[in-house]
Design a protein around this ligand. Structure first.
Ligand SMILES: Nc1nc2c(ncn2[C@@H]2O[C@H](COP(=O)(O)OP(=O)(O)OP(=O)(O)O)[C@@H](O)[C@H]2O)c(=O)[nH]1
Ligand SMILES: [Mg+2]
Length: 231
């Protein structure tokens, strides 16, 4: 069984459309939307689609991207999914790439939808944002010794066996750091990883959740991961 986890916060303009599009493309896919009680009614809008195998987990308040994805992954495992993908709700990750992500899991433990493999593919990003992302990726590769060109892409697919080895309960980072920590844990468990080329498109609807706190977490977290390994 294959599943998809989508974290949402105030995505009522995007999430129902995305879920419908993905279901048209892959009718048998189980979709788990993890919403933090969005004031704009995202959860209700997805539930109203009343599509088969679409589940909405509503958490009481806004607790961040990382823990939302983690809760979704745990839920997907409980439901018996073998291959589990994650994507953003805002159409930055194109549904048509999803089958390629699952295909890559046939011979890998982890598939990363990569903006930077074989050249840079991002649309409508301010150059400052692109530079920040490229720098952040270089930074974590150097400090953590990761080989992946796109360490902060949230478009991914994991094999269940890998997730069960990764001890998700103890993951503490929450923003982009969550993505880096997941990669680090996978690398330490000798996971085989595929970078699947994707085109990343900046969101059209809804507001950005990029914040100073998220950036600061990303600056310190790679050091924390290295230090805890030493201890
Ligand atoms: N459940 C939950 N989802 C979140 C939270 N923060 C962000 N998300 C969702 O996580 C996904 C990624 O967040 P984005 O805001 O798109 O992050 P980004 O792509 O780096 O930045 P922008 O697209 O510029 O806003 C989206 O589907 C968001 O709705 C949160 O606190 N809780
Ligand atoms: Mg986005």
């Amino acid at each position: 069984m294959q599943a998809l986890v989508i974290a949402t916060y105030n995505e009522s303009l995007n999430a129902p459309r995305l879920v419908r599009e993905v279901k048209e493309l892959m009718p048998d896919l189980t979709i788990i939307v993890v919403d933090d009680n969005s004031p704009d009614g995202t959860a209700k809008a997805v539930k109203e689609l009343a599509l088969p195998d679409v589940h909405v987990l509503v958490r009481r308040n806004k607790r961040g991207y990382g823990t939302a994805v983690r809760d979704g992954l745990v839920d997907a495992c409980k439901r018996g999914a073998e291959f589990i993908a994650t994507m953003d709700a805002d159409f930055s990750h194109e549904p048509k790439e999803l089958p390629h992500m699952f295909d890559a899991l046939e011979d890998h433990d982890l598939a990363i939808g990569s903006r930077y493999v074989g050249g840079v593919r991002v649309m409508n990003w301010h150059p400052k944002r692109l530079l920040l992302s490229l720098f952040a990726n270089y930074y974590v590769r150097v400090i953590l010794g990761l080989k992946t060109l796109d360490c902060t892409s949230g478009y991914r697919a994991y094999r269940r066996e890998l997730l069960t080895k990764m001890n998700l309960k103890t993951i503490r980072s929450n923003g982009y750091s969550f993505l880096v920590e997941m990669l680090w844990r996978a690398a330490r468990r000798k996971a085989s990883m595929a970078e699947v080329p994707i085109l990343f498109v900046e969101r059209r609807e809804g507001e950005s959740k990029m914040s100073g706190g998220v950036i600061m977490e990303s600056v310190f977290m790679p050091f924390r991961l290295r230090l805890t390994r030493r201890m």
